[in-house]
Design a protein around this ligand. Structure first.
Ligand SMILES: [Zn+2]
Ligand SMILES: [Zn+2]
Length: 100
């Protein structure tokens, strides 16, 4: 998955934790490259938890979950429900996960 802001591709992750940050924007999981983390106010772009306001959100299988307070919002993308069944949506999400 490329950087949501500049489109850069994540290079060889190598050892240790990745410098790339994860977040959720418009209920889509996104990655932020190290360059954009310093050059752009990316936290301002992120979705916030409806319960506690944290940006520590994770997307999984149609849900946006807060890592701070565990508040969970179920979101099915309207743009996709027209031509994809829920099973297709889940399959696509799994494919994306395996592709990294
Ligand atoms: Zn970037
Ligand atoms: Zn929260």
């Amino acid at each position: 998955m490329p950087c949501y802001h500049c489109g850069a591709r994540q290079t060889d992750p190598g050892k240790g934790p990745s410098p790339w940050k994860r977040g959720v924007i418009k209920d889509e999981q996104v990655l932020v490259c190290p360059d954009c983390q310093s050059a752009h106010d990316w936290l301002a772009d992120l979705d916030r938890c409806e319960s506690c306001g944290s940006t520590m959100l994770v997307r999984s299988l149609g849900e946006t979950r807060c890592r701070e307070c565990s508040f969970t919002k179920t979101v099915v993308h309207a743009s996709r429900t027209g031509d994809m069944s829920l099973a297709d949506e889940v399959a696509a999400a799994l494919r994306r996960r395996f592709e990294g």
